[in-house]
Design a protein around this ligand. Sequence first.
Ligand code: BGC
Length: 897
Amino acid sequence: MDIRECRVDHMTEPVGYLLTAPTFSWITETIHAEKSRICIYKGSSLFYDSGFCGLNPLGTRLKLDLEPRTQYMWFVEAADENGRTIRSARNYFETGMMDSAWQAKWITCGQKESRLPVFFRNFIPEREVASARLYICGLGLYEARINGRRVGDESLTPGFVVYSSHEQAQTYDVTDFISEKNQIEVLLGSGWYLGRFSFGTGIRNVYGKNYRLIAELHLRFEDGSEQVIGTDDSWQVKRSRILSSEIYDGEIVDDTLPALPIEQAFPVTEEMPRLHDRLGAPVKLHEHFKCDVLHTPAGELVLDTHQNMAGIFQLRVHEERGKRIRLQFGEVLQDGNFYRDNLRTARAEYVYISDGNERVLEPHFTYYGYRYVKIEGITDFHPDDFEALAIYSDMPMRGELKTGNEKVNRLISNVIWGMKSNFVDIPTDCPQRDERMGWTGDAQAFSETACFLADPWAFYKKYLYDIRMEQRQRGGAVPDVVPACGLERSSAVWGDSICIIPWNLYVYYGDLSILEDYYESMKAWVEYVRGVDGDDHGWRRVHQYGDWLALDAPVKGDLKGGTDVGFIADVYYRKSALITAKSAALLGKTEDEKKYYSLADNILKGIQDEYYSLTGRCCIPTQTAAVLTLSEGLNDAGRAKKALSEYLENAGRSLTTGFVGTPLICETLSENGMAEMACRLLLRESYPGWLYAVNLGATTIWERWNSLEEDGRISSTGMNSLNHYTYGSVVSWIWKGIAGISPDPEHPGFQRVVLKPFINRKLGRLEAAYPSPSGTYRISWEISDDTRVQYSVEIPAGCTAELTDINGNVCELSTGVHRFSWKAEKRLTRRMSIEDLLGDLILEDELAAILYEEVKDLDYLLSYTREYPLRETLTNLSYEAEHMKRIDGRIREVLLV
Ligand code: BGC
């Protein structure tokens, strides 16, 4: 296809989404488009025609007078300078209720009975139905059925929003559900809205006190007229056999329960918040996993899915009446036994009482963060009866990257699973314990990585919308968690998400609409911080998380790390002011541009006065402070580079960073001529490092560097998730720093890229494909001998790149495939020997292993002979010449990078 990926608000053929001034985007493949044209049809009549003009394929925003509940067809044409034209396939989009008035009423039910309610109504179409749509929102969560058949393929609808300020409705095409006599049924569960949810034990009803339902079924006949069946007090309620279904605690179903008398639904009397068409990426079921059966030392029956994930399951059961079956979910085994203490108070289970019939069990309004399942109560369990089902927001997956190092490949897969497990309608911190909340700090830290791995535009757009809703209730403050669920604090790095996420989306997609939409929110945040800061740096003194979970805290166990929290707060305040200034410039808001640049300058002055010596030395001696000095250009780069490398050496060439420093450290090292050190951090196999977890069998990213100790024991239970994605943010650097492809913010959306691969022997080779919004880039490099590298890159139509080769030479590339055979000026590998200092030898993992085998009392020697050549020390200790030769030989054999 010459023109492909035609999208509306970055979604393929969306139905019922909130489309206020939608953007249209596409990729033109075969010609160089001078001009393009968008045509939109309503039925057979032309609704909009841009004519041939200079449209931006990355995002052309149209102000259209769209009508509610209407399908539009559209296509794009592109013309080259010779007038040759090509045309896309036809695509459609369909509006939801928009601002039209609902005929249906919000209804509810009595609260005496706790079994989950099913609201229902029978109906007969007046005539033959040509098409049918269901517009619906049920709170906390709903599942709709027509004539027993489940409507849609989404889970956890209507999703998690700031319910106190707005609700969102889904639209479903139910044309082929309708027959002569029909019943519509809607099962409601408590979900985030009224179930047990939020930070702290026992908190329920954060947003609502009772179930709520609104639904409108539009049956359209051939002549265009409609019959509308809406919720009102004619609807009735029957009770399900689900006793409870809760996000944290799981589900309890008792099929032996008798049917209860039918109740009457009644209207909701209080005013409900605004109801609008939905946003986001629908949560769906994805991968299915078969499991291995384990019989643990404690005598338990445990299933291993081999992948930690957010998910539910299907289980076929056939037990005698009254038999109780229980499933419990956990992330890790301890001593080979089932374990779940790190889930804190989340019961995370599924309990079923059988009525004697064969059933396939599947939970409704909960999900679990798990790899292992403990099963009780099944007489003769067969592994084929169980399937694990991964659940996450439906986004197109994007970048694929493989290196010659299987452990790094596993790490990337773990990061992808960290993302999938924590993209469950909102970006959560973790999917398993009694938290699963939209922590803004984690979300911003991961947002660039998400743009490489998937297409998260629609997903983040919903989240940003909710951040804005929270800000409106708090004078611009962004709460640490969104939806806030009663948590009222706002902190640096976390709240800065409202500037960082839209900016990253702009850079990765080149669609200015995200800045147009969120500019006022960015400004509101910066102004909020300015207010708290006042004339005396108040922002430094309010609650801050600092470099959360960093390893360099002066007081053991302090979660905020060793970097001054006021410094971090100021640096992020400036970062947000700069993003706001840059956005103002792009949006033509000259006054604001000046204002926020000057604010950024003032903040910088305050930072320099307080945290740097007159000669430019940062007074905070931590890796994260040095990283921020360099990445944010806060002061003399030379001194900061020296300091950073010194701190890394002092820490045994390992990182001590937390949620602030870790997402930035490798990229900062790469950009400051220390890419080798960045690779060393990536490839470090021992604690603390990314491959440490891989070596311990991790299948996702952990919350802490030592979530598990070396012997596989869990390090603590208070706050220890094995599925937290923040440290997975290293993947954006693997793309930018090793595959070497970065978007150029001056030419956003990958119209132009910076190519700067880093060739590393331990990775050996790399192959990557990135389907960017401007077309697909393909990169590969491979080391063919000690100094030679084969490199190739494919640049998509209409794009350009600046390539820096292995020796630092720069060249321009345009569309097409380019192949190079580079000869490195320096050898790509190095070797050491017995003549090197013990302190240097011990820093190389492989050499350390040899030395521990060969040299007696090495730990003791390390305490006082680090600065001496190893030969000298061994000679002083009267080692035999033969033995020293062997040690030297073994050291020389190891190829180092
Ligand atoms: C969450 C984090 C979050 C942090 C903030 C934790 O409980 O799991 O990921 O960012 O709190 O302090």
